[in-house]
Design a protein around this ligand. Sequence first.
Ligand code: DHK
Length: 153
Amino acid sequence: MPRIIVLHGPNLNLTGVREPEIYGAGTLADIDGELQRQGEALGIEVECFQSNHEGDLIDRIHEAGRCCDAIIINPGALTHYSFALQDALRAVGLPVVEVHMSNIYAREVWRRRSVIAPVASGQITGFGSQSYSLALTAASRLIERREAGGRPL
Ligand code: DHK
């Protein structure tokens, strides 16, 4: 069965509590639960992991390189400056879907730059918690595409 890891970066453990007008009222557990259900329906094993620490996220990316078929990542604010995350994602070479609940292009100027985007297959931004389910659909298509030898989505 294909396996996808969903990585949530700093402060995403506070989803549902912090700035609900931006990130929504649902909790991270709600989001992870929905991804598990969607994964079961798609026949994909979904593992979710949140950390406030860059190094822990990098360790999980390295592990994913040994056991997973794709990575979905919302790096939180690390999106905008973590070249270490960029290098880790590039190093493992798996398909990557970058996710943001808010529209990072419609907020502060510093949020408009993603250093993760160059190593991602694509980015989903601005659809609230639904960004994650769209990302899971995209990641499952990327895995199918890889298995079929790289045909377009
Ligand atoms: C989440 C964060 O924590 C921010 O630092 C990013 C992202 C945006 C989101 O929209 O999910 O800038």
